[in-house]
Design a protein around this ligand. Structure first.
Ligand code: MEV
Length: 319
């Protein structure tokens, strides 16, 4: 039997805009998806004791098609990342499944797992989206997408192309950050939100302007991060959240959670991931464990589930 795990992620800056080639910064968080695989004794694949169902197990069935199309497996999955929470559960499931199958075939490799998992996600999400989540989950740490070439912390990982679009993925050295994740427990659907922004951007120059503004905010945030200016990072988070709200992907609950976190001392707060529900993140003042607890409590009072995390967890691994 082979077991592999892959982390979820938060997007610190640039979600949605990254689909259009703007930069984004994502970081793995230590909420993991674990997958076990063993060859089946009969000609049928099962997942957690149920027959593999192409629609219900979209990522798993596509990963098998990509890596071991003629084989049958007994598989289990176990996730600390709630699906629809904007924390990369789908990408982490794809990456962990690909990693486990690759290992069983004798060839686990993070870059190739990131590439195959992106193909799997692309198909599962109806042909939309960027490789941000899958690369953050496979590589771990913090991942800069389409960052300035040779910019601060630029250490190239790989480039991924899809049609006319391409994304340059690099490692980024984050200063130590304490983030409080607030999961609103309203489910967001990445494919729906990405498609909605796609329609808005196709119809109005205004939406394309907002996408470019998000790119500018991300560039500014990268400079603040490199300078260790966490107040500047927090202000950039607030701006990014406002722009994402204008794009139509925030919700009343996400806005209320961001506001509640700011009120009790967060340096900044924004939704993370595709929005439409899901999660937000708040930046706690450095070295102030009590402030992080205060923010977590404020988010819980808004009905959210709170996790205090240090972004930059290990990427996909065989266990
Ligand atoms: C979802 O975590 C991030 C989005 O930018 C979509 C994508 O990049 O694929 C909303």
């Amino acid at each position: 039997m082979v077991a592999a795990s892959a982390p979820g992620k938060v997007i610190l800056f640039g979600e949605h805009a990254v689909v259009y080639g703007e930069p984004a910064l994502a970081a793995a968080v230590d909420l993991r998806v674990r997958v076990t695989v063993e060859p089946a004794s009969r000609d049928a694949t099962t997942v957690n004791g149920h027959p593999l169902h192409e629609a219900h197990h979209a990522q798993i069935s596509r990963a098998i098609d990509a890596i071991s199309p003629k084989r049958f497996f007994t598989m289990t999955t176990d996730s600390q990342v709630q699906s629809g929470a904007g924390l990369g559960s789908s990408a982490a499931l794809s990456v962990a499944t690909v990693a486990a199958l690759q290992e069983l075939e004798g060839a686990f490799d993070r870059e190739s797992a990131a590439r195959v998992a992106y193909d799997v996600e692309w198909a599962a999400q109806g042909g939309r989206g960027s490789p941000t989540d899958t690369t953050a989950s496979a590589a771990g740490g913090a991942v800069l997408v389409n960052g300035p070439v040779g910019g601060a912390g630029d250490s190239p990982l790989w480039e991924i192309r899809r049609g006319e679009r391409s994304w340059r993925l690099s490692r980024f050295e984050l200063p130590p950050l304490t983030l409080v994740i607030g999961n609103t427990r309203e489910r967001g659907k990445t494919a729906v939100e990405v498609a909605k922004v796609g329609r808005f951007a196709a119809r109005t120059g205004f939406a394309r302007e907002i996408v470019r503004d998000i790119g500018k905010v991300t560039h500014g945030a990268l400079a603040s991060l490199a300078a260790g200016d966490l107040d500047g990072v927090g202000r950039a988070m607030d701006k990014d959240h406002n722009l994402l709200t204008i794009l139509g992907v925030s919700t009343a609950r996400l806005d209320a959670c961001c506001e509640a976190a700011r009120k009790v001392g967060a340096l900044g707060a924004k939704l993370t991931g595709s929005g439409g529900g899901g999660s937000m993140i708040a930046l706690a003042p450095p070295g102030d464990a009590e402030a992080a607890q205060r923010i977590a409590k404020a988010l819980e009072r808004q009905g959210a589930t709170a996790h205090i995390v240090t972004p930059g967890a290990e990427g996909a691994r065989v266990e």
